[in-house]
Structures are given as C-alpha cells and as structure tokens.
Design a protein around this ligand. Structure first.
Ligand code: HEM
Length: 418
C-alpha cells in the first residue's frame, strides 16, 4: 500500500509495499534522501545530530569513524561485561524469589541491564552516571512520544509549551552528564587508549590533531548510541520472553540447544554462532514485534518511481510493522509465532526481500546489529539456563509505538528457578 498524507504542513508518502520501496531505493544515492527535517527538530533533545539523524558527507564521516567500534575483536571484548551484568540481574531475581516475590516485570529488568551493558561496554561509565542518563532518557522518551503532540503542525510548540520545555530541559541535563564524562575521559590518558566507542571517538580527535568531531558532536553521538544501543536490544529480549512464556516448548528447545553448544560450560563468544534455533527465534520476534516499527526519510531531490515523480522535500514513512504482518507476503499464518520459518531462509519465507526490515535497509542499515545479536544470545542463554517462565495473569497485552515498539504495561512473568 502506498499513499500520501499530511502531517500539518508536511507531505508524507506512506509505504508498506516492498516492491515500491525497492524501486524507490534502487536508483537513489545516499545523498538523494535524508531524515525528515521536522523529526530532526522535534527529536533534537534525544539524538541531536548523532549518526541516526545525520546525512550527506557528515553521515559518511561519522559512520567511518564509528564502524571499527563494532569489529569482531571489539565485540568479543564486550562479552564478559555482558555476562557480568546479566548474572547480576539473575542473582537479584533469585533473591526476589527467595523473599516470596511471585512475578517479575522482565521488561523493566532487561532495560536496566541493557542500559548497564551499553554504558560499560561503549563508554566505560560508572553506575551513578549511567543510571541518571538512563532515567532521564526514559523520561525524555515519554515526554516526546507518549502524549499527543502535533509534530509538524505550525506553532505546535506553543500549543504544548510544558512538554516542549520539559523535553529541552531533559535533553540539556543529559548533554551535561555526557559532557562531563567526555571531559573526564579527555583529562585521563587512559581514555584515549580504550577500544570502546568513546575511546575511538576521542582517539580520532586526538591523533589527527584536528577537531574532527566537536564536543557537541561527541555528546550527540554518545546520546544516540546510549539510547539506540540499549532500547532496541532490550525490547527484542523482552518480547522474546513474552513469546517464550506462552510457548514453553520453545524454551525447552532452546535449553537443549544451549546445552549442546556449550556442553554445560559458560557461554563463550566463539560458540554463539552455533545457537541456530536461537537465531530463528530472534528473527521471528523481530518480525512480530519489531523494536524499530518504522523508518523515515525525506527526499533531497526529485525521485521517479513507476513514472511517478516524488518531489524534493517529500517525507517518506516506511511502515515496517505493516509489512511484517502482511499475509500476502508471509502467508495466512503471518500472526503466529513460528521461528522455523527462518530455518533455511534468512527472510523467513517472505515473498519479497524488502518485506523483512528489522534492521533497516541500504547504507543506513543498523550499525549495531552484530552487537545486538551477540547480546541477545548471551543474555537469553543465561536467563534460560537458570529459570523457566510463564505468563502472569497480571499481563495485559498492550504494544504501543513510542518511537520504539514497547509493551506499554510491562511484561510481568511468573519466574521459577530450574
Ligand atoms: C535488536 C536490536 C536493534 C534493532 C531492531 C535496530 C534497528 C535499527 C534500524 C531499523 C535502523 C535503521 C533506521 C533508519 O533507517 O532510519 C537502525 C539504525 C541504527 N542503529 Fe540500530 N537496532 C538495534 C540495535 C542497535 C544497537 C545495539 C546499536 C548501538 C550500539 C544501534 C545503533 C544504531 C544507529 C546508530 C543507527 C543509525 C545508523 C545510520 O543511520 O548510519 N542499534 N537500527
């Protein structure tokens, strides 16, 4: 389905048709479309001019600097930190269960753990700092995306002055926290020699003896990666816990696979790729509950598709959720949880390769996808080998798009030690 709608004064082209998207993106150079200016402005307190929002030469430059942070060697170095943070969470669950607690909101718990993982692995942050950044980012997300604000409608900031001011203030508080972390790292020599994301960004500035990234740009990248690096991975895990709670047979299948692959020893980086069934489960969860439910672009020049000219300046809204749930692409069992779709097919049997886009498409494909797959397998393996899960009667199914696709009332599960 493809149609045009308006958001205030802004024209939007809605696309939930993979073939149209393929034709549109095929002939388009990266420079021919960017991110909608109206969202760049609205989401500034959250992402500033970080990688997600950049375009043109600036985007190429930042992507080149940041890519090495996700090399296999750097990912491997993050594994022990992931095991440590997850084990801490699971020890806490054991204490809660010993104290008579019957259920645990796994979404809340996993978000905290994923926040800790990205804070430690990418920025080397300590507890007090990352908790503050995480809490403020969550408050900012609620302010920007939970309420009905009219993004793109002229003077909407005047109609919603309280939210506008609140978002600006939270954005500044986060900037300030990240700025002081960057300055501390600059002043300590060790900061330049760490191969984590912040270390690489600082080295780039330091070694070339020119300000390749300004402090403002560094803060924006840290903000972007702090949010992007924990929220989506945590949601993939949280939605997985929900579907596994209602499909205990898949919990068992995954436990068997973990035992086969690890031989009851601690999970190690080099064996993660062998967790094939877990990979299918991840793909199926990303299809059913895509943490990034849509993608947006804005044309920077006229683009022609099927004799139709899409004028420069048109915003484009790509509805990933709709494509992932289209029975014409996936078949009549589209809404069922069937990880085996992915057994012999990276696209899960989808009739069109652009119909399955959990990590985006083209040159703007998610830079953190390998990191998130690794984190997913480590955290899920540890959870499944210590506990079994079933749905709490208090669970209420309420997926809601608040930038990402969230379970808006949490995911309370009954957790039992194995
Ligand atoms: C399951 C986990 C994840 C999902 C589903 C996901 C999804 C996506 C999607 C759909 C995009 C493309 C957005 C667009 O086209 O506008 C994207 C881009 C991006 N992601 Fe992820 N992501 C995940 C994990 C991560 C992680 C762990 C990080 C960082 C550590 C990260 C950082 C980013 C960044 C910075 C971009 C912008 C890339 C660019 O424009 O060059 N993501 N992600």
């Amino acid at each position: 389905m493809v149609f045009v709608y308006w958001l205030g004064t802004e024209p939007f082209l809605y696309i939930a048709e993979p073939e149209f998207l393929r034709r549109m993106s095929k002939g388009v150079l990266g420079k021919s479309w960017g991110k909608p200016s109206v969202f760049k402005h609205d989401r500034k307190p959250m992402f500033g001019n970080g990688l997600l929002m950049l375009e043109g030469d600036d985007w190429i430059h930042h992507r080149r600097i940041i890519t090495p942070a996700f090399s296999p060697a750097n990912l491997q170095a993050m594994a022990s930190s992931m095991v440590e943070s997850t084990t801490k969470m699971l020890d806490k669950w054991t204490s809660l269960l010993n104290c008579g607690c019957l259920e645990i909101d796994v979404e809340r718990e996993i978000i905290l753990t994923a926040g800790e993982i990205i804070a430690k692995t990418s920025f080397g942050m300590d507890y007090a700092n990352w908790r503050q950044v995480l809490e403020k980012l969550r408050a900012l997300q609620i302010t920007l995306f939970k309420t009905n604000r009219y993004v793109g409608v002229p003077f909407s900031t005047i109609l919603f002055p309280r939210q506008t001011l609140e978002a600006k203030k939270l954005g500044k508080d986060i900037d300030y926290l990240l700025f002081s972390i960057i300055e501390d790292r600059r002043n300590s020599n060790a900061g330049y020699h760490q191969n984590n994301l912040l270390g690489l960004l600082l080295q780039e500035n330091h070694e070339e003896r020119r300000k390749t990234l300004t402090t403002r740009e560094l803060v924006d990248e840290c903000k972007t990666f702090f949010f992007g690096g924990h929220e989506t991975s945590a949601l993939a895990l949280a939605w997985t816990m929900l579907v596994l709670a209602v499909h205990p047979e898949w919990q068992n299948q995954l436990r068997e696979e973990i035992t086969q692959v690890t031989g009851n020893k601690e999970i190690v980086f080099s064996r993660l790729a062998k967790l094939n069934k877990m990979g299918w489960v991840l793909n199926e969860v990303l299809r059913l509950y895509s943490p990034a439910p849509n993608a947006q672009r804005q044309t920077r020049e006229d683009i022609t598709v099927n004799n139709l000219t899409i004028p420069k300046g048109t915003n484009v809204w790509i509805d990933v959720v709709s494509m992932h749930h289209d029975p014409n692409l996936w078949g009549e069992d589209v809404n069922e949880f069937k990880p085996e779709r992915f057994e012999n097919d990276l696209y899960g049997g989808c009739k069109h390769k652009m119909g399955y886009l959990p990590f985006g498409f083209g040159g703007r494909m998610c830079i953190g996808r390998n990191l998130s797959m690794m984190e997913y397998k480590i955290v899920l393996s540890l959870m499944l080998t210590r506990f079994s899960f079933s749905l709490s009667p208090n669970y209420s199914h309420s997926p809601r798009i608040m930038l990402s696709l969230r379970p808006s009332l949490g995911i309370p599960l009954i957790v039992r030690p194995l």
